[in-house]
Design a protein around this ligand. Structure first.
Ligand code: BTN
Length: 253
């Protein structure tokens, strides 16, 4: 049975904060209070926006969409939740603006190698077949180059820089809710192959391409082979096939 049926869609109830430390923390608290799956928290500005790997997420007022969704995926789909959210965000951006976004494993939204947004999934087991998850999505909408902090100026982009138009965060939010309904239901119905195949098609690199990975063992030059079934990166390194789950691509050659 689909989690979000014909009449329901992620994004309801919706909490909109003028200012928040991080929408992740508010959503986590609402999860503990048993708010339903699909509850969304949007902030116009975040003081302590979080990125992956303990980084901060630059969240200036009016510049981006900063949203977290409460989800309760089954334990078997938890690993693919970032992929489903990446597809959700890429399709929502494309529907709204016509810009085709690629996905840089594991959770970056990129356009010609520059980062337009990111996904942060936090959560864990609730002690059964279901997990408690908060899916955070941050998308750069209206940044001029001078709005980015110096350290990310050369690495980041925004929908304004790509289209020369300003965008309303809540317009993108509506598209996100609709696309999340599709991809989350696919995940919960066990259509893992479809999620992986769609993710593969949106990847910003191809099989055979050389990558530089940051791993717990240090930096590693590898050759990309494929995505493995739980969303890991299957690569060739020193004549051996290996799968990485928790690492980062620092260069695509
Ligand atoms: C990344 O590092 O690429 C992930 C960035 C995720 C940012 C979003 S903005 C909404 C939500 N609240 C946060 O504090 N982080 C996520």
């Amino acid at each position: 049975m689909p989690v979000f049926d014909r009449d329901s869609c992620p994004g309801y109830p919706l909490f909109i904060f003028s200012l928040a430390f991080s929408t992740m923390d508010i959503a986590r608290r609402l999860t503990a209070l048993n708010f339903p799956e699909g509850t969304a928290v949007v902030a116009e500005e975040q003081i302590a926006g979080r990125g992956t790997k303990g980084r901060t997420w630059h969240s200036a007022r009016g510049k981006g969409l900063y949203v977290s969704f409460i989800l309760r995926p089954s334990a078997s789909s938890f690993n693919l939740l970032p992929a489903a959210c990446g597809l959700t965000a890429a399709e929502a951006i494309e529907e709204l603006s016509g810009v085709r976004i690629q996905l840089k494993w594991p959770n970056d939204l990129v356009y010609q190698g520059k980062k337009l947004g990111g996904i942060l999934c936090e959560g864990g087991s609730a002690g059964g077949r279901q997990t408690r998850a908060v899916a955070g999505i941050g998308i750069n909408l209206n940044h001029r180059l001078s709005d980015f902090p110096p350290e990310i100026k050369n690495l980041a982009t925004s929908l304004f820089l790509l289209t020369e138009k300003t965008w309303k965060p809540l317009d993108l939010f509506r598209h996100l809710g609709l696309r999340l309904k599709v991809w989350y239901n696919n995940l919960e119905k066990g259509h893992f192959d479809l999620v992986l195949a769609s993710y593969r098609k949106r990847l910003s690199f191809k099989a055979g391409q050389k990558l530089l990975l940051q791993t717990v063992e240090g930096q590693l030059p590898v050759e990309f082979q494929d995505l493995e079934e739980r969303g890991g990166l299957k690569v060739r390194v020193d004549g051996e096939t290996r799968i990485f789950h928790a690492s980062e691509i620092i260069k695509v050659f």
